[in-house]
Ligand binder design. Structure first.
Ligand SMILES: Nc1nc2c(ncn2[C@@H]2O[C@H](COP(=O)(O)OP(=O)(O)OP(=O)(O)O)[C@@H](O)[C@H]2O)c(=O)[nH]1
Length: 874
């Protein structure tokens, strides 16, 4: 068993076994076991290497295409653990951070497996774990296990639990590099750049696995035989080979490195290959070596004294595989007879010893001389490198006081190579190589040495070839587990977050989708009904006012009254004032209609806000626009002819004139053409005719003159202007001028009485009827002018209609703006929620995918861990 050679790793029983007399037989059996185990283990390791490479490739691909793999760091948990969050027995509490975000920490429990040689690292969120034992006890258990793992195999470096070994990234910054504090990590590093660094690390790890595969696949094993000058190294090699192949001399002679291989490796041909400098040796390429026969070896070695050539010797060994070291039927072993240690060769040999393919160092020391200074130096260094050295104390037969020699040699070995001393029973042999070469002579001590060496070489080969591969794989697997475990926690968090987001946002989105039609309809209804109401009401109010004005009444009697009748002499001015007031009352009606439109619009805006409240999800900012009804029907700043904004009306006397210059642009009371009184305002002859003669066609034909009308006009005019412009003389002149119209004789006869009659009637009319009739007359004229349609004009051009469409346009404008604003918010909110749901679904999909991936990788790493864990035999 391997423990035989590694007392530290074995039980007390195995150490005892090592010292039992029956050890030789057992060892032989065990060599076979070891070999079988070696092959089985090697195959499993190759399998584990391939699987690891596949896993690494998968992680790289996943990192590149699907998920930015986060790089975790496990730190000691914070001290403020609450009693309820104690991790269960056998686990360690750690806090998990990520290099790209060192500030946020997640508490996790870290579970190394109980199997002493296996170091499975599992991570779980604190909340996921059952919590039983107090943390201190748990930590003690875990630390003890960790220690056990370390002690179980001193050759394997203890896994750096909770940190990366192989996939560690050097993320430290600063001028001097290495601070261990996580805060010194490059927090500015993006997730992506860390993922790239990880990718590079994985690539180089994969490259290293390639080399390890070659190493595991290499069936050869090299045994370096070295020692003091003239200690009998060549004789010892010859004894192992049971033939005198190596040149032996009483003078120190060997300066060459002679590697002895089984002739089977050279097609069964025994010969010598002298390797050429600076070319890689290839047994099938003649240009890389010089061929020679075995018999020439002595000369070759002698000729090359001082040049330290490397010579390959291919030798046949007819002994049974169970006896032969070289032809052991298991592994291609080469024995290297190195030059004796002197000052010149010490360095070369030491270098040689460090080579990875040197599995075993056999150190030959002469029993006569013990260890020289240079051999002590070599042995000290070599044992640091290889830990166990196979020591052959040669020429032992000649020693008289064998016990003393043994004691002294062992004492020295104890100093130089403590591990070797610990297993001295198997590793330190006192023999006489020369005696072993004597034919037909039993030499049990040499047989024992041979057996031990065979076993040691095979076992050591397992250790030296498989051990590093196993260690590397186990460390790599631990790293992958840490990486995958930490990332699975992230993925789980992401999944939960995505689920939460979907649960929160999806119903809102669905509700918005289903309510959209109702929302649109609602807005349209508000808009339409607002505008319709405004049109209807404006028409009603204005038409009503015009109707009243037509009857000589004020269109609206609020805050406005007709000027008092000043008497006959002030009638002209009064007519003007009456007209102005009547017009202003219509303007006031327009203003009232506008006010009502403001209210209607205000209600509409409120309705729109309510629709918004009903349909906009929570958290969406409502419109900050404040509807200012006063701002309706006002000029916009910068508009042509607009004096200022926010001036909705113009004051004419005490009457507020709606629309005004800034509204429709037809403030009636300000329109000179309308306001200026005319004679017809005082006496509407046409109307009188219609009244008196039943003329059904009431036509506006102020300019049409008939005799009567002219007289009427004339009288009216005379009366009206009487005392104002013309005076009494003017009055007479006027009468005369009129009489001239009828310049013939006959008319002179009847004109006087007619004029007289009219004058009397007119005077009576003026005196008694004028105060009430004139506003009617003026009103009618105003009414006619406002309800009259010019030729080619449409209904819309009518005063009331024009105002109705203007006012409703304004209402519609406001409502449209408010609903547009709301529609935009609705659309944006819906888009946003749509995006949120989509993002959450994408996040969830990725997280699920990642979890499935990580769980698969976790399973695969378990297989790799099983395959990479060396069995107890190896
Ligand atoms: N009695 C006795 N003599 C030995 C034994 N081993 C070697 N010798 C003698 O010691 C001398 C040196 O032997 P080598 O085998 O050449 O020693 P080496 O260590 O290979 O010498 P270098 O390669 O020159 O360092 C020879 O004369 C051997 O006959 C031994 O076990 N017993």
């Amino acid at each position: 068993m391997s423990q035989l050679y590694f007392p530290g790793a074995g039980s007390k029983t195995s150490q005892k076994e090592a010292s039992t007399p029956a050890f030789g037989i057992e060892k032989q059996l065990k060599v076979e076991d070891v070999q079988e185990a070696y092959i089985e283990q090697r195959d499993r390791l190759v399998h584990a290497i391939d699987a690891s490479q596949t896993i690494l490739g998968d992680i790289q691909k996943f990192n590149k295409d699907e998920w930015v793999v986060r790089y975790p760091t496990l730190n000691d948990a914070s001290q403020q653990d609450t009693p309820t969050s104690n991790p269960p027995r056998g686990t360690l509490r750690r806090s998990l951070t990520f290099a790209d975000d060192p500030s946020s920490q997640t508490d996790v429990v870290f579970t190394p497996t109980r199997n002493s040689l296996k170091r499975a690292n599992t991570l779980a969120s604190v909340t996921d774990e059952a919590q039983h034992a107090p943390s201190t006890e748990a930590e003690e258990v875990a630390e003890a296990e960790q220690k056990e793992v370390a002690e179980a195999d001193p050759l394997l470096p203890p896994a750096n639990q909770g940190d990366f070994n192989i996939l560690r990234l050097d993320l430290k910054l600063g001028p001097h590099g290495a601070s261990k504090s996580p805060s010194a990590l490059v927090s500015q590093l993006e997730k992506g750049s860390i993922a790239n660094l990880l990718d590079e690390r994985i690539t180089s790890s994969s490259g290293h696995l390639d080399k390890l595969r070659l190493r595991v696949g290499d069936t050869s094993s090299k045994v370096l035989v070295t020692g003091d000058l003239n200690s009998g190294k060549s004789t010892f090699v010859n004894a192992l080979l049971r033939r005198e192949v190596m040149p032996v001399d009483q003078q120190p002679c060997t300066t060459a490195f002679c590697e002895v291989h089984d002739a089977a490796e050279n097609g069964g041909v025994e010969e010598v290959h002298i390797l050429k400098d600076s070319v890689t040796y290839n047994s099938s390429d003649e240009s890389t070596f010089t061929r020679a026969s075995l018999s020439d070896l002595e000369d070759i070695v002698a000729d090359n004294e001082g040049t330290q050539p490397v010579i390959k010797l291919y030798l046949g060994d007819n002994r049974a595989p169970s006896e032969s070291l070289l032809n052991n039927g298991v592994v291609d072993i080469s024995l290297i007879d190195a030059p004796g240690l002197n000052r010149d060769s010490l360095k070369t040999t030491a270098l040689f010893t460090r080579q990875e393919e040197i599995d075993v160092v056999v150190f030959v020391v002469s029993a006569e001389n013990h260890f020289t200074l240079s051999s002590k130096e070599f042995l000290w260094n070599a044992s640091n490198e290889k830990a166990y050295i196979f020591v052959v104390v040669n020429k032992y037969e000649q020693i008289k006081n064998k016990e003393k020699c043994r004691r002294l040699v062992l004492e020295q070995i104890k100093q130089l190579s403590p591990r070797t001393y610990e297993d001295a029973e198997d590793l330190v042999h006192f023999v006489d190589s020369a005696a072993a070469l004597r034919p037909y002579t039993a030499n049990p001590s040499f047989d024992d040495l041979e057996s031990s060496l065979r076993s040691f070489v095979l076992v050591k080969r397992s250790k030296s070839k498989l051990g590093p591969v196993s260690t590397y794989l186990l460390n790599l697997v631990s790293d992958i587990e840490l990486l995958v475990g930490a990332n699975a926690i992230v993925a789980q968090d992401d999944l939960e977050k995505a689920q939460d987001d979907i649960n929160r946002v999806k119903p809102v989105l669905d509700q918005m989708k289903s309510g959209r039609e109702r929302f649109e309809e609602g807005l349209e209804t508000v808009e339409e009904s607002g505008a319709d109401t405004t049109v209807r009401r404006t028409k009603e109010i204005i038409n009503n006012a015009i109707g009243r004005v037509g009857q000589g009444l004020l269109g609206v009697d609020r805050g406005i009254s007709l000027p008092p009748y000043p008497g006959l002499l002030g009638i002209w001015d009064w007519a003007g004032d009456v007209k102005k007031t009547l017009l202003a009352s219509i303007d006031l009606a327009v203003k009232l209609a506008e006010d009502e439109a403001r209210m209607t619009t205000s209600r509409g805006v409120k309705d729109i806000v309510q629709i918004g409240d009903e349909h906009l999800p929570e958290g969406v900012e409502r419109s900050r626009r404040v509807f200012v009804p006063e701002a309706m029907f006002s000029a916009r700043p910068g508009k042509k002819n607009g004096r200022s904004s926010g001036r909705p009306s113009t004051e004419i006397g005490r009457a507020v004139v709606a629309g005004g210059v800034h509204g429709l642009g037809i403030g009636l009371a300000q329109r000179g053409d309308l306001v200026e009184p005319s004679a017809l305002d005082i006496f509407d002859f046409q109307h009188q005719l219609w009244l008196h003669f039943g003329d059904k066609e009431e036509k506006e034909s102020e300019m049409k003159t008939t005799a009567l009308s002219v007289v009427s006009v004339g009288v009216g005019a005379l009366t009206m202007v009487g005392g104002q412009a013309f005076g009494a003389r003017g009055l007479v002149d006027g009468v005369l001028r009129i009489s001239e119209l009828f310049g013939n004789e006959s008319s002179r006869k009847w004109i006087a009485p007619v004029v007289g009659a009219f004058a009397i009637g007119a005077t009576a009319y003026f005196v008694f009827e004028l105060p009430s009739s004139m506003p009617r007359t003026i009103g009618r004229r105003i009414q006619r002018s406002l309800v009259h349609l010019e030729e080619g004009a449409s209904e819309h051009d009518l005063f009331a209609n024009a105002h109705a469409s203007r006012v409703s346009r304004e209402t519609r404008k406001v409502l449209r703006l408010a609903s547009w604003d709301l529609r935009e918010r609705f659309r944006q909110a819906m888009d946003e929620r749509g995006r949120e749901v989509k993002d959450a679904e994408e996040l969830g999909r990725k997280a699920k995918n990642a979890l499935a991936f990580f769980s698969r990788i976790e399973k695969e790493t378990k297989t790799v861990r099983d395959d990479a864990t060396l069995g107890s035999v190896v």
